[in-house]
Design a protein around this ligand. Structure first.
Ligand code: NDP
Length: 491
């Protein structure tokens, strides 16, 4: 296949080129989708047990070759190898869960036909949608796309995956290792390239498009897919709040919040960006935050607690948010604008940041944290919900955790823990509002890549039929009588 152009991927620590990858053209993407479509029948014919065998074989390979995989992740993102390992292990456990549970989740369900239709048997079957296009980001290059890929494959779909231009090597490695264990290279293909290649995938006629990335690109993806009525799952950005109540374990809350905000250089969609701490415990909580934050610093893998900003452009966004925070009257309690020294950003913590500051309204995606005092948890809930985003949240309270969680407008809440929901394979992952729609992970994540097919079968024929042209006035009366009677609306 003649490839028109190529692009390089870079080691974010030094900026040196570490690999050259082809830019797949529109025609080549269509060809890949056609191959995926041809491979569909064989993948579906394997059935749940055949697919499970291959997917578990793949998860075994991934764990056996975790060093190879995680050094590649570390090289492409600049994150510590240990963080890459955590990410890979989570991705592998999701893969195993999806492989083991697809059959149960997709089991045909029997529904009550209702009294008027009592002669019918009503069932709902689940079918894979066909070919799923997956577009992924660079911040968690194995965990994030595998949240769609594993669940869609287990459901019986074939995949064409376009990884971020910053992490093409991880995408290629995933497709190659799947081909190794399955001998079915067209079931999961990786197409590399820039934004245009992603656009070509949206326009290629895939049966569903699973996108993870920024809200801005998600809107473009949804608009592009709308032209061909291609359904989408959108996993986008967040501005996740942390609520610290008066009865919280403050030390633990501070340790977890610093990790959530700063690990992976703050490049975590479900990372803490805003904290609302109840006034009566705010000083103590903040002093715990400061105790922890002084112990961490960025650096190359093996040196820092977290690495550089993977995407050089993001440094400008982080810097602009720090400047906006200072300008709008936020009080710096750790770090400053000088904390930005490309490619690294040292931790920055603000307090008293006006709610309308850019650093409070928009996703920063850097190791910064805003900590605002609130009168009580009601105010914390109101401010948490005021965001345009609604991805995840954390609540720290010994007694009121569930009560607070149930009032939050977001897709996932961790109580007395941080981002714990991402590690539980049986629960859905996704957001509301500008954080997107649709779900990956859990039974919902399998069903997302299927469609329901309703089958209603006549078990026996009734003496009166309402669905032919022989229907009489007496039949009409009978059906109205039955409807009134069965709905209890006499008189
Ligand atoms: P982007 O939105 O920049 O890119 C995401 C993907 O879309 C990349 O593969 C990109 O390709 C591709 N793309 C770019 N333009 C188009 C287009 N016109 N049509 C189709 N695809 C296109 O996001 P980032 O990669 O910067 O990722 C960071 C964002 O992802 C953050 O906002 C973060 O919060 C979010 N995220 C959300 C998660 C969730 O589950 N909710 C999880 C992880 C991250 P290319 O790289 O080649 O430009």
């Amino acid at each position: 296949m003649a490839i028109a152009k190529s692009f390089d991927s870079y080691y974010p620590v030094t900026g040196e080129s570490i690999g050259t990858y082809p830019i797949w053209t529109e025609g080549q993407v269509r060809e890949a989708v056609a191959h995926a479509r041809s491979a569909s029948a064989a993948w579906q014919e394997l059935g749940f047990s055949g697919r499970k065998k291959i997917l578990l074989r793949w998860s075994k390979l991934l764990i056996n070759r975790i060093d190879e995989c995680t050094s590649l992740i570390s090289l492409e993102t600049g994150k510590p190898v240990s963080d890459a390992k955590l990410e890979a292990v989570l991705a592998i456990s999701h893969l195993s869960w999806a492989a083991r549970h697809a059959r149960d989740v997709m089991r045909t369900s029997h529904r009550s036909p209702g009294a008027v239709m009592a002669n019918m048997s009503a069932t709902v079957e689940r079918s894979p949608v066909g070919v799923v296009g997956v577009i992924g980001p660079w911040n968690y290059p194995i965990f994030t796309p595998m949240g769609s890929i594993s669940y869609a494959l287990a459901a019986g779909n074939t995949i064409v995956f376009k990884p971020s231009e910053y992490t093409p090597g991880v995408g290629m490695w995933l497709a190659q290792t799947f081909a190794e264990v399955s001998g079915l290279p067209d079931v999961f293909q990786c197409v590399t390239g820039l934004g245009k290649t992603g656009q070509a995938l949206c326009e290629s006629g895939v049966d569903k498009l699973a996108f993870t990335g920024s809200t801005n690109t998600a809107k473009i993806v949804a608009a592009t897919c709308a032209k061909t009525m291609t359904p989408v799952v959108l996993e986008c950005g967040g501005k996740d709040p942390v609520i610290v109540a008066a009865d919280a374990d403050l030390k633990r809350a501070a340790e977890n919040t610093i990790w959530s905000a700063m690990s992976n250089a703050g490049q975590t969609c479900i990372g803490a960006e805003r904290v609302y701490v109840v006034d009566s415990v705010a000083d103590k909580f903040i002093s715990h935050l400061l105790e922890v934050v002084v112990t961490i610093s960025p650096g190359a893998p093996g040196v820092g607690n977290y690495g550089p900003s993977t995407m050089p452009k993001q440094i400008e966004v982080i810097e602009s948010h720090i400047k906006a925070a200072i300008k709008s009257g936020g009080r710096l309690i750790y770090g400053s604008a000088k904390s930005v020294k490309a490619p690294y950003v040292s931790p920055v913590i603000f307090t008293d940041l006006p709610e309308d500051s850019l650093a409070m309204t928009d996703e920063t995606f850097g190791p910064t944290l805003a900590v605002n005092r609130v009168k009580n948890t009601d105010e914390a809930i109101r401010l948490s919900n005021a965001s345009k985003y609604g991805l995840g949240a954390s609540v720290w309270s010994k007694r009121k955790g569930k009560q607070i969680a149930s009032q939050l407008h977001c897709g996932m809440v961790a109580i007395n823990s941080t981002i714990s929901f991402a590690a539980v394979a049986s629960v859905p992952f996704g957001g509301v509002k500008d954080s997107g729609y649709g779900r990956i992970h859990g039974p919902e994540g399998i069903l997302e890549f299927t469609y329901p097919r309703t089958v209603v079968r006549a078990r026996f024929q009734l003496p009166v039929s309402f669905t032919n042209f022989k229907r009489t006035a007496g039949n009409d009366k009978l059906i109205i009588f039955l409807t009134k009677f069965l709905n209890g609306r006499f008189g």
